[in-house]
Design a protein. Structure first.
Length: 119
């Protein structure tokens, strides 16, 4: 039998990247995710604000980002592409963060791509 003596965490988290033509808005999230928000215990406004309130826009894109998102760097400014990232954790003390950390919201539309990675 093995006994673990170190710190053990049962916490969950998720990281995400949102690639958007133009500025990211609640309307674009609603269009991309459809009725997903209706499946949660809080209202759609709270659901989408939980995502929008926890993002950071990136003004530059590193080579690693380029490979991951498969958009030529020269097109980013020409096509008005905005790249955002964020994360949620169930340790954040928020019901919305706790729910979003265990949800996979990966989706792709003509205007928006969400790469969501629950861990």
């Amino acid at each position: 039998m093995k006994i673990r003596t170190g710190f053990v965490s049962n916490s969950s988290s998720s990281s995400f990247v949102i690639i958007c033509k133009g500025e990211l808005t609640e309307g674009k999230l609603r269009n991309a995710l459809g009725d997903v928000a209706l499946g949660f215990e809080f209202g759609p406004g709270t659901f989408y604000n939980g995502i929008l309130d926890n993002i950071e826009e990136h003004e530059t894109v590193s080579v690693g980002w380029y490979r991951d998102i498969d958009i030529p760097l020269s097109q980013l400014t020409k096509d008005d592409i905005h790249i955002y990232s964020g994360s949620h954790s169930d340790n954040a003390g928020s019901r919305i963060s706790s729910t979003l950390c265990s949800t996979n919201l990966s989706v792709e539309t003509d205007d928006l791509k969400i790469i969501w990675s629950p861990r």
